[in-house]
Design a protein around this ligand. Structure first.
Ligand code: HEM
Length: 275
């Protein structure tokens, strides 16, 4: 999706192939070690809590285990899908909070109201997360403006002839939807470059105009987990620190995920909401 698949030295594709090989070799060592441990323990129940052990013990309808290669493919896909996406999403929410004091102020108000109803050091619960409406709208607006995946996870097969903007995409063709373009379409999002979390209030954007987690049958299965992770992270930062961006002009490059070239330096100062 992101680079021409010709293995020329120095290209993103070549670096990807090299890195992928190293990761796969390491992963296969871990899989072999864990398989041995489980065999020694005579463990057979797939109800293990860690993903790797579950995969190692799962069998298909014929009692066949997954191969090491299959497992390493799934683990790599899961690592890329879950870790890279969520950490990038968090970085960009912090960037907007550090850049836009009026947005930070509203998030601060919402989150400190929740914090003040709890004892100092008391952990968040599910009801608290449901109260973080404005903060979640801020995350949504950040995901709209900095779309993680420039398209859904890959190509989809067109199952029926489709007419779009005077073109016909015939049945059987492979198509890729650029959610980046949809997210910046002024017909769907008036004044699209403006950071405006109120777009997500009330009914919010029309169906299939806002798709950071994809859509349809292959929609991101980690969406709710990502929401939880991002909101808990932001809560812990905003209720403790003020944020100020160091370089508002910092460039963003795109290596399958958006990356701030200087590492996104942010000046933080501690505050105490209880004093
Ligand atoms: C902000 C965070 C995240 C974003 C923006 C995101 C975005 C996406 C997108 C756009 C897709 C493709 C959906 C499609 O093709 O329709 C996807 C798929 C997927 N995501 Fe996420 N994701 C995030 C977090 C996570 C997390 C935390 C997990 C796991 C814990 C996860 C697991 C997956 C998996 C396994 C798929 C493949 C689903 C399939 O093909 O059936 N994602 N994600």
């Amino acid at each position: 999706m992101f680079s021409v698949p010709i293995n020329l030295p120095g290209t993103a594709y070549s670096r990807g192939v090299k890195g992928g090989k190293l990761v796969r070799e390491e992963l296969e060592k871990i899989i072999t070690r864990r398989r041995k441990e489980l065999l020694e323990k005579k463990e057979t129940s797939p109800c293990y809590t860690d993903v790797l052990s579950r995969m190692l013990l799962l069998t298909d309808e014929n009692g066949k285990f997954m191969s090491d290669k299959e497992i390493s493919n799934y683990i790599i896909a899961l690592l890329v899908a879950s870790y890279e996406s969520t950490s990038t999403a968090i970085s960009f929410v912090l960037k907007y909070l550090a850049e836009l004091p009026h947005i930070y102020h509203e998030v601060y108000k919402e989150l400190t109201n929740i914090a003040k109803l709890k004892g100092e050091g008391e952990l968040l619960n599910w009801e608290d997360i449901q109260k973080m409406r404005y903060s979640w709208n801020v995350v949504c607006e950040s995901l709209r403006l900095t779309t993680m995946n420039s398209s859904f996870s890959g190509f989809r097969e067109v199952v029926t002839d489709v007419s779009f903007s005077g073109f016909t995409i015939p049945k059987g063709y492979k198509a890729s939807w650029s959610s980046y373009t949809t997210h910046k379409d002024p017909e769907c999002f008036p004044d699209p470059e403006k950071f405006d979390p109120t777009r997500f209030e009330g009914k919010g954007p029309a169906p299939y105009t806002y798709v950071p987690f994809g859509g349809g049958r292959r929609m991101c299965c980690g969406k709710e987990y990502a929401r939880l992770e991002i909101l808990v992270f932001i809560y812990n930062i905003v209720t403790r620190f003020n944020l100020e961006i160091v370089n508002p002009q910092e460039k963003i490059v795109f290596h399958s995920f958006p990356i701030p070239v200087e590492g996104l330096p942010i000046r933080i100062t501690r505050h105490n909401i209880y004093s």
